[in-house]
Structures are given as C-alpha cells and as structure tokens.
Design a binder for this molecule. Structure first.
Ligand SMILES: [Zn+2]
Length: 84
C-alpha cells in the first residue's frame, strides 16, 4: 500500500492502521487515498461525519499518485515537490 499523496510505502494494512493512516479522503466530490499519517496531519481535516477531507488551501494543488501512470517514478515524488 502506498500513500496517494507522498508515495510512502507501507507493508501491511495492520501497520497502516497502527500508524493511523487514513484509508480514503475527499477532495470536493473526488475520493482519493490512502493517506499516510503525516500527510493526513498536514493536509486533511476530519469532518463531523468522520470523513477526512483535503484542507481548502490544498484543493487543486495535489498531484495524486493514484491518478498517475505508474509507480516507477513515485520514489521521486516528495511532498515539497508536489506543493511547490
Ligand atoms: Zn503521505
């Protein structure tokens, strides 16, 4: 499993749950995910309905790895690069 924002890899679902990864989140109406704990902390807010959403200031600024062609280049993508 790979964070759809920064590309961090995690071995198992159990580990992801332990580290408070967010399984999915919304940007407007679009569903993305998963997100690692550090991206979630910086970029997401949890709504009263328990659903995580991208903070308004980041909407339209994130290039999601789940939208990208393949994982080959994912290692080169870092959060700072994306937000630049
Ligand atoms: Zn991440």
């Amino acid at each position: 499993m790979r964070c759809s924002i920064c590309g961090m890899l995690i071995k198992s679902l159990e580990e992801a749950m332990e580290k408070s990864w967010v399984p999915y989140f919304l940007e407007g109406e679009d569903e993305h995910g998963p997100s690692c704990d550090s991206c979630a902390e910086q970029l997401l807010v949890e709504g009263p309905d328990g659903v995580h959403r991208l903070k308004k200031e980041f909407c339209g600024r994130i290039v999601y790895l789940d939208d990208m062609l393949n994982e080959l280049f994912a290692e080169e993508i870092v959060l700072g690069h994306i937000l630049n």
